[in-house]
Design a protein around this ligand. Sequence first.
Ligand code: NAI
Ligand code: HPV
Length: 534
Amino acid sequence: MFKVIVTDPISETGLQALHAHQEFDVEQRTNLTPDELIDKIKDYDALIVRSQTQVTREVIQAADRLKVIARAGVGVDNINIDAATEKGIIVINAPAGNTIAATEHTLAMMLSLARNIPQAYGSLTSGRWDRKHFKGVELYQKTLGVVGMGRIGTEVAKRAKGFQMNILGYDPFLTEDRAKKLGIIKASLDEIAEKADFITVHTPLTAETRGLIDAAYLAKTKKGVRLVNCARGGIIDEQALVDAVNSGHVAGAAIDVFEHEPPENTGLTNNPNIIVTPHLGASTEEAQEKVAQSVSEEIVEIFTTGAVQHAINLPHISATVQQKIKPYLVLSEQMAELLMQIFQKAPEKIKINYFGELFLEDTGLLTRQMIKALLSYYLDTAINIVNVMQVLKAHSLSYSVQKNAAHKGFTNFIELEISHGDEKATIGCTYLPGFGGRIVSINGYRLDMEPEEYLLYIRHVDVPGMIGNVGSLLGKSHINIGSMYVGRQAIGGEAIMILTVDKPMPETARKEILELPDLHDVQFVKLNVPEDEN
Ligand SMILES: NC(=O)C1=CN([C@@H]2O[C@H](COP(=O)(O)OP(=O)(O)OC[C@H]3O[C@@H](n4cnc5c(N)ncnc54)[C@H](O)[C@@H]3O)[C@@H](O)[C@H]2O)C=CC1
Ligand SMILES: O=C(O)C(=O)COP(=O)(O)O
């Protein structure tokens, strides 16, 4: 049973995927204090939040069995991603579910700002009939600067074109070509300052975007400019904005998000020229259902199949690529496990080569899978594909990955080499559709071996009787041999033998085998074989 805790208000309908699955037990606790969350979190496998819950390092450190933190929305600035990654916890979000809601809220805010709708409503509902104070401006033929042309920025730009605004877009990833296709002009931040009548921000809050629109920038803007922030508090410096509005340089602002929520700056919330909403950008029935559904379905996937679609702290891999590399996931882990157990030394350098059809694929997940298996053998830390690169860095280990379209005799081929000082060991595997994974080379010996749970790896001289002698010693210890794979460099030369056996081999039996003449080494190897492959 996987326990899921939901700590912010989430659509019940959207959580159906979890409720419908008998392996998941979902608990909603939307009124926990930070201390209560720290206290409770150790009992849960997954945590679902919106923007309110602060998933701090303290919460994460207390989360002993947590595997997934799911953000039912876009911005993950309320989650300490570094702490989650270090602990091997996957952080996912629901990136597309609230795009339309946030876009429409931005447009609603821009129109309300242009026409003083909240102020006029307040005046009328408090008994006044005042028309002269609320004369507004049109959007028609005005210039709108969109800072951040991602999902929401792009949808805002498309809709603003419907009002026949001229759009300037700024985003490090906006190409001339895409700008042209959208019918907008690619601009710099300074060009936006110089020309825009309205500026709307749609970037995430990062170290780089915090204070992107500060006092110095506001001073460069056109007098009478109006600003909209439906992205994150802090992208526009709140105090600088209040000052610029009070000085009359900025005509007004529409703000949905705040540096602290609820907001602390009353200069912002009690300003007649600044209209505010309490972080409502994503608050539509449709968006809430979509984001809750997206994270629920993904949590079920992660716990049942291991497939991850919207991870923040894993390399992004499309569903098609995931499908393509899936057969290699277990195989790559098994080859690394096998190599470590026969090498018996901590690797100082790791080299991975992908050949053939894998040349074109995103193999980041396979690389992580192999390195995880290598490091787990020696290190105590709980290592998984989320934190493996941090662990590697922390131990100053080096790794390299190369890709080559050459086939090396197989349609696809993965080669792993580890070294310690002057000593090195290599292993190669391939995947044969319809037959499964095969280890096809070990330390230069060619073989054709199907990975199984218990193996004996033997190095010996290729002399007659060796196989029989090993077999009878194993028989004496009641160890059954399933299959046998041999590889030799030349007749009568150095050779290896790999036997699959039905159970672990006692140390006494290993020592007896080691005493056989012309036999150099015996290692018992245990591989991780998923249950459905057993
Ligand atoms: N008010 C609300 O309720 C909501 C707020 N949001 C906020 O809106 C933000 C944007 O959401 P999406 O469009 O879905 O994200 P997105 O990831 O599709 O777009 C963000 C864009 O910002 C750009 N960007 C990053 N740094 C930049 C910089 N320094 N200057 C200019 N552009 C930069 C990126 O290249 C990207 O294209 C989210 O990060 C979230 O914080 C999102 C949904 C609802
Ligand atoms: O998705 C986002 O980034 C949002 O800001 C929406 O926040 P919320 O889920 O409404 O607390």
